[in-house]
Design a binder for this molecule. Sequence first.
Ligand SMILES: Nc1ncnc2c1ncn2[C@@H]1O[C@H](COP(=O)(O)OP(=O)(O)OP(=O)(O)O)[C@@H](O)[C@H]1O
Ligand SMILES: [Mg+2]
Length: 243
Amino acid sequence: MNSLRLAAGAGPSGRALIELREVWKTYRMGKVEVHALRGVSLAVAEHEFLAVMGPSGSGKSTLMHLMGCLDLPTRGTILFDGADISSLKGSELAEIRGRQIGFVFQTFNLVHTLTALENVELPMIFQGAPRASRRARAVELLERVGLSDRLQHRPNELSGGEQQRVAIARALANDPKIVLCDEPTGNLDSAAGMRVLESLRDLNEEGRTVILVTHDAEAAGYARRRVQMRDGRMVEAAEEALR
Ligand SMILES: Nc1ncnc2c1ncn2[C@@H]1O[C@H](COP(=O)(O)OP(=O)(O)OP(=O)(O)O)[C@@H](O)[C@H]1O
Ligand SMILES: [Mg+2]
């Protein structure tokens, strides 16, 4: 079962972009231990569009944090582009995260005092990009998500769908290989949600790896493969592309 699952996620080179082997994540709350992940194995190939589904509390966000180098596993191995990242230092994880991974969250997580343009520029400032080039790129990214007439708007002057599209533009700022999305349509109506999902599909079609955490079957339908979490375990894996 395990080897089948790994094979389904492996690219033409046979190597996965992200691979989890028997990964556990245990949170300690005083004397109580919460096993958020209980031995998850999963391989995500380059250029995949994968949906991670499952009920509330099943471990989806925990899984996403580990795949996004935001946190380390308690046990097990995580390979990123073939390199073991299971016990890296915080600064080393941040380095991978800053260059290779873009995030989109349910609550947009934009900086409220900054304009759309400045929000998209921010990750490029962290990476030390020169002012002129980062501004030009931010404009281009906002144009791509259909917001060229909203550059100077602050988050509270934008609709939810527009804010999420700013967040997508921001996620692309440093040209990441992987875009990780945690319930990106959770706070949107269906039309705005569909537009966000279409943007994610475009990103995937241009070669980026997209991982979408959702409990919405319709949203998951945009992905080319779906896996199911339950109680910290992956209960259903490696469904092949249907669309
Ligand atoms: N920082 C933390 N400290 C302690 N327990 C945590 C922490 N983060 C998550 N948990 C617990 O781990 C389990 C998995 O949480 P997780 O957030 O991964 O679930 P989820 O599938 O994303 O749920 P939802 O669909 O509601 O977002 C839950 O029981 C949760 O209470
Ligand atoms: Mg969650």
